[in-house]
Design a protein around this ligand. Structure first.
Ligand code: PMP
Ligand code: GLN
Length: 429
């Protein structure tokens, strides 16, 4: 066996993937034998560290991208664009660096960037956000998620996670000594049964995490969903972490409904965004968190000792770029065209596609191609044997649920998407 889904939402790679190998999914101790031999303290006794994340291996995104590279596969697995970001953004970055913006930015983020974010929220959603007290610039959405979870959860407290879920949520909860409590959603529509969510609430529950639009299911919340979430959060006095990094990647005229536009939710939510998604710059790792002043205060207490402040020249560049609404208003049409470019190739190859309503991912059922394989086996087979890499869906489910689905990323040049379709044509030949 080359790869294994532990059923814990993590992908443990074995030989052939070139990734970290881990054999036990139980609490285990890491051993460090890395002291130089002549270190006075070096004795035969190894140092021991009890892992806070004993079930965690290398993320599926790293594993599949690495496998794609090793086999020369077209990488439609990890979600990142293969085309350049806007030249104006790059010029702005160079100008900011040359203008001397190379020292620490203010802890909460550059004021001009926070004001540009507030102006965008006013323009796009008609909501007034206080740039000084409610917006914090972070090192990507990942840091914002970790920081919000750290600010809320004390050891032993619970956070509700809707599976399939993004891979950073549960480890961030576990790192605080918290407990992720899973509610499972199912293909094809991944609708939330809010009564089931409420049944998962206990006296120890503090937080509910949502991801809207959802990676990987591509589902979108309706206003009824947000009302139901707000009712539960209010009844049980819970905080909400709303991962809205794909807010602008919504298709077919559908509307993204933000927690920030829902007064009851806005009052108890950390809403989290990523410029990596919005401006095709995943490598810049800059995002932000919007939350009411009292929640932002606690968020910043953690933030200032986690990173203190975020990359200065990039913040200057983003503030300038954000001021032009066309840079984000064009995103739905841009990505919808890419979705529609890849879809026929997948269908022709024998995949049954689920509707892709948002994000830059397409879910595809492969039962018509290789019904005999698990999704993990299929993703590896497609990558190594047919030169197109994808992500198996079961890794987003703590219980390892395998619905015979894989995820393809279409944030790629048209030529890349066409080349992938050409390679996939061999499946139906
Ligand atoms: N949340 C979701 C749902 C994501 O898909 C991603 C990454 N693609 C992130 C958070 C992390 O964003 P960032 O790269 O800004 O840390
Ligand atoms: N969010 C990206 C995805 O879902 C991956 C980000 C990462 O590699 N950590 O593919």
């Amino acid at each position: 066996m080359a790869a294994l889904n532990t059923g814990a939402g993590y992908f443990i790679a074995a030989e052939g993937c070139g990734a970290v190998q881990q054999t036990s999914v139980h609490r285990r101790q890491l051993r460090y034998y890395d002291m130089p031999a002549n270190t006075p303290l070096a004795s035969a006794v190894p140092r021991r560290l009890t892992s806070k994340l004993p079930d965690v291996g290398t993320t599926i995104f790293t594993v599949m991208s690495q496998l794609a590279n090793e086999h020369g596969a077209i990488n439609l697995s990890q979600g990142f664009p293969d085309y350049p970001c806007h030249p104006a953004l790059l010029d702005a970055l160079a100008r900011a660096a040359h203008a001397g913006h190379n020292q620490y930015a203010p802890m909460a983020g550059l004021p001009s960037l926070r004001q540009a974010i507030a102006a965008k929220l006013q323009l796009s959603r008609g909501i007034a956000i206080d740039a000084d007290q409610e917006i914090t610039v972070t090192a990507g959405a990942t840091q914002a998620i970790f920081t919000a979870i750290t600010a809320v959860l004390h050891a032993g407290e619970e956070a509700i996670v809707l599976d399939p879920s993004y891979d950073s949520y549960a480890p961030a909860i576990a790192a605080q000594g918290g407990v992720p409590v899973r509610v499972n959603l199912r293909a094809p529509d991944y609708a939330v049964d809010w009564q089931e969510v409420e049944r998962a609430v206990t006296p120890r529950t503090r937080l509910i995490l949502i991801n809207n639009p959802n990676n990987p299911s591509t589902s979108l919340f309706s206003s009824t969903d947000l009302d139901a979430l707000a009712a539960i959060a209010e009844r049980h006095d819970l905080f909400v972490l709303a991962d809205e990094v794909y807010e602008h990647l919504v298709f077919d005229g559908l509307e993204h409904r933000s927690v920030l536009a829902h007064p009851a939710l806005r009052a108890r939510s950390f809403a989290i965004y990523s410029f990596g998604k919005t401006f095709h710059a995943t490598g810049w790792k800059i995002g932000y968190c919007v939350a009411p002043p009292d929640m932002t205060l606690e968020f910043r207490k953690i933030h200032q000792f986690l990173v203190f402040a975020v990359n200065s020249p990039a913040q200057h560049a983003l503030a300038e770029h954000l001021a032009e609404p066309g840079h984000w208003q064009t995103l739905p049409a841009f990505f919808q065209a890419k979705r529609d470019r890849l879809a026929p190739g997948l269908t022709a190859a024998g995949f049954r596609l689920l509707p892709s309503r948002g994000t830059y991912f397409q879910l595809a059922n492969f039962s018509g191609v290789r019904p005999d394989m698990s999704d993990v086996e299929f993703a590896r087979w497609l990558t190594t044997g047919h030169g197109v890499a994808c992500i198996p869906l079961s890794v987003f489910h703590a219980n390892g649920h395998d619905a015979k689905l894989v995820r393809f990323c279409f944030a790629k040049r048209d030529a890349t998407l066409d080349a992938a379709s050409a390679r996939l044509a061999s499946l139906s030949a």
